[in-house]
Design a protein around this ligand. Structure first.
Ligand SMILES: *Cc1c(COP(=O)(O)O)cnc(C)c1O
Length: 371
């Protein structure tokens, strides 16, 4: 699905040197690589504060801890997402409230969010799924009207740009109260292990999140609040600094590959190519087709037989997962999500796709369509 080896081989000298440099300086935790990376990501995102942490799941958890939510508070998020989003809500004793998504962009349905708001609701967590922003302008208006926080799960969309109706633009993760992202190796900005970050324009939230991520201490061995241990290590930060400088180039390579897939499959009548959101560009964390006229599982099996990897993101809606079943929900409650889980298929998407690989993928899919 991704070719991290080919990407590494193009930046090997720089990466090897940066890693060696961290080892030579024995600054494995913290130090200049981590703070320099945070400052560079602030500049890239045009946001006041970036707080690195250990992974994207921690980032979501730290955000919710910093906002001071209490057990029983309700947090609204999408039923069609990766489990991490709902997991941290449940872990903190908050109540995940799931809502359906739009059938074209796969992002949070704003009208459904509005209907789900109660007097216990404290936050909305839009997930910028597969690389394009949820519809943030109406979502922010709704959140402001009801005095709710918005925590953006931007693990799949770092670098994506949302355009407001007045023409102003903001990067994914910098629109709500807090943005949470992941540097898992296969993400658009991935390190060579685990990593994550939070971003915010609020000095107050930034300070709280820094303290929480560091065992609740402002001064060493003085613990003002209950925190966690969540750090980005220095080797990962050094690698991320190199890859951040290439992020726009990587996004452009993904968009070019998506355009080639669109061209190949757009007229097939059996596959629906990814819709583009009206107010967001798409950085294609995933290129996800809908099998509307053919068997999705048949296509997946045929691709596998012909050495084309393909993945189903996601096969089971959150409300139908064993861990998240709840008397509030039953099969049929979120028809869009449930349908998507039956028809989505994601093709290989990465930054160093070779022409012969691309041709093999396209001809294999077309062979199945013509069977
Ligand atoms: C990857 C991902 C996360 C979690 O990130 P980790 O670094 O793996 O903890 C959270 N939300 C979404 C939407 C993701 O894709």
């Amino acid at each position: 699905m991704v070719d991290l080896k080919a990407q590494y081989s193009n930046i090997k000298d720089e990466v090897d040197k940066a890693i060696q440099n961290v080892i030579d300086n024995t600054a494995f935790i913290g130090g200049p690589e981590v703070s320099d990376f945070a400052r560079e990501l602030e500049t890239y995102l045009d946001v006041k504060h970036v707080i690195p942490c250990a992974n994207g799941t921690d980032a979501l958890q730290i955000a919710m801890m910093a906002l001071g939510f209490k057990p029983g508070d309700e947090v609204i998020t999408a039923s069609f997402t990766y489990v991490a989003t709902a997991e941290v809500i449940a872990l903190l004793g908050l109540k995940p409230v799931l809502v359906d998504v739009y059938p074209d962009t796969f992002n949070l349905n704003v009208e459904a969010v509005e209907q789900a708001i109660t007097d216990k609701t404290v936050a909305i967590v839009p997930v910028h799924l597969f690389g394009q922003c949820a519809d943030m302008e109406p979502l922010m208006a709704l959140a402001n009207k009801h005095n709710l926080h918005v925590i953006e799960d931007t693990a799949q969309a770092i670098g994506a740009i949302y355009t407001f109706s007045d023409g102003s633009k903001k990067r994914a993760g910098t629109i709500g109260s807090i943005g949470a992202t992941s540097f898992f190796p296969s993400k658009n900005l991935g390190c060579y292990g685990d990593g994550g970050a939070l971003c915010t324009n609020s000095d107050e939230f930034a300070e709280k999140m820094r303290v929480i991520a560091n065992h609740g201490q402002r001064v060493r061995y003085y613990h003002d609040s209950i925190g966690v241990n969540s750090r980005l290590d220095s080797i990962q930060a050094a690698i991320l600094r190199i890859k951040l400088r290439k992020l726009d180039e990587y996004s452009a390579a993904r968009q070019k590959l998506a355009a080639a897939y669109d061209q190949a499959f757009g007229g097939s009548g059996k596959l629906v190519v990814p819709a583009r959101a009206k107010n967001s560009n798409h950085v294609f964390h995933q290129y996800t087709l809908l099998c509307e006229g053919i068997s999705r599982d048949g296509l997946k099996a045929f691709l596998e037989e012909n050495d084309v990897p393909a993945m189903i993101y996601y096969p089971v809606p959150l409300h139908m997962q064993k861990a998240y079943t709840d008397e509030r929900y039953q099969n049929g409650d979120f028809p869009v999500t449930e349908h998507l889980c039956d028809v989505v298929i994601s093709l290989p998407m990465h930054t160093e796709m070779q022409d012969d690989q691309l041709n093999h993928i396209i001809t294999t899919v077309q062979q199945y369509l013509n069977k």
